[in-house]
Design a protein around this ligand. Structure first.
Ligand SMILES: *Cc1c(COP(=O)(O)O)cnc(C)c1O
Length: 366
């Protein structure tokens, strides 16, 4: 069998450990999963009801055009319905963009460390990857611009960046957009936009009107609490979106996901509460880091990258034994760091207590 040569040696995406697996393996009754930036407050009540209702007719294919959800999102964001491209998670929109635009003899520019799926999908398409190291978790936009040449098709901006939580402000982003050649697509991945509180975060929906080569990625997986249903979307100029649409698999977003996402959009207070609660809990986390003398990257998201000075895999394993699942920075490009999702008050307290114990124990060994 012939598999594309660039796929040999690749590994599938390594997700955070599932709760049930950890409970079973370690015989723990309570496990806190603070690894995948899921919403610790669950999903809006209306979305849960919509899931029940939509589950009643599983024999019917979903609406491939996602008309109801499309209309709801278009209204919510004040964009045209034909400016939207839905995917089974924004992961699938990333896949579609790569499939439509990348191949051998093309290249794509991204920050490193950043979200893994840009590179993963681009490699599969046989494109050359140009990775520009992030500094203190921040995109180096100047260096990214310099990496562009006549074969560059897509430049990825993860704002705020995962796994660092750092963001690019409006002034820097506009200056960047002004200098990207107009035939290069700028993807602004905004998976955590609902959590952003910085006043100078770019108004990308407004910028979209001025820059036809800009495409925004949003998702229902994070603040909206619908990660298990897989629904996200791209927003771009109508012409661009329409030319990408043939790549989309026919029934890619399930009916349950469409109905739940449509219902979730209606609950504005849910998102507002989550944002406020997250901000409060994030502040407690950073205060804890400062108290412990631990460096961290200021975050505009529901996660925090903390430099512990100990191998990430050790901290990960020690925390795991005590029932707290985090991400080791090793797999994310920060070997002596961990990434923790901001959880509920109770989860965050458990995290802080356990991390202090683990680090104390590690230091005692030195
Ligand atoms: C979680 C995440 C996504 C993907 O989310 P989906 O569940 O596929 O919608 C995309 N980008 C970033 C930066 C993320 O953290």
């Amino acid at each position: 069998m012939y598999i594309k040569k660039q796929i040999k040696g690749m590994t599938p995406y390594q997700p955070g450990k599932p709760i049930e697996e950890v409970k079973r393996e370690l015989g723990l009754a309570t496990v806190h999963k603070m690894a995948s930036n899921e919403n610790p407050y669950g999903a809006p009540q209306e979305a849960k009801q919509a899931i029940q209702a939509a589950a009643a007719d599983p024999e019917i294919y979903p609406d491939g055009y996602a008309a109801e959800l499309r209309q709801a999102v278009a209204e919510e964001l004040n964009v045209g319905e034909k400016q939207l491209l839905f995917g089974a998670g924004s992961d699938e929109v990333i896949l579609m963009l790569c499939r439509a635009m990348l191949g051998p003899d093309t290249n794509t520019v991204m920050a490193v460390p950043s979200f893994s799926q840009y590179k993963h999908n681009a490699v599969i398409e046989g494109a050359e990857i140009r990775e520009i190291p992030a500094v203190h978790g921040e995109h180096q936009l100047e260096a990214m611009l310099e990496a562009i040449d006549e074969n560059t098709r897509i430049i990825w901006v993860c704002n705020p960046n995962n796994p660092s939580g750092a963001y690019i402000n409006e002034e820097a982003f506009v200056d960047f957009l002004d200098r990207v050649p107009e035939n290069v697509l700028v993807v602004s991945d905004e998976a955590y936009i609902e959590y952003v509180t910085a006043k100078d975060y770019p108004d990308t929906l407004k910028l979209l009107k001025e820059y036809p080569n800009l495409l925004l990625l949003r998702t229902f997986s994070k603040a909206y609490g619908l990660a298990s249903l897989r629904v996200g979307y791209g927003i771009g100029h109508e012409e661009l979106i329409q030319s990408l649409d043939p790549v989309r698999p026919p029934f890619n977003v399930t009916a349950v996901a469409q109905r739940a996402a449509t219902a979730a959009l209606k609950d504005r207070s849910f998102i507002e509460n989550c944002r406020e609660q997250n901000k409060k809990e994030l502040e407690k986390m950073t205060a804890f880091c400062e108290g412990q003398g631990l460096d961290y990257v200021p975050s505009q998201t529901n996660f925090l990258l903390i430099h512990t000075g100990v191998a990430g895999s050790i901290v990960f394993n020690e925390m795991l034994k005590k029932g707290i699942i985090i991400r080791s920075g090793e797999a994310l490009g920060y070997p002596e760091s961990i990434r923790v999702t901001i959880g509920t008050e109770e989860q965050n307290e458990a995290f802080r207590k356990t991390l202090s114990e683990v680090l104390e124990h590690q230091q005692a060994k030195l």
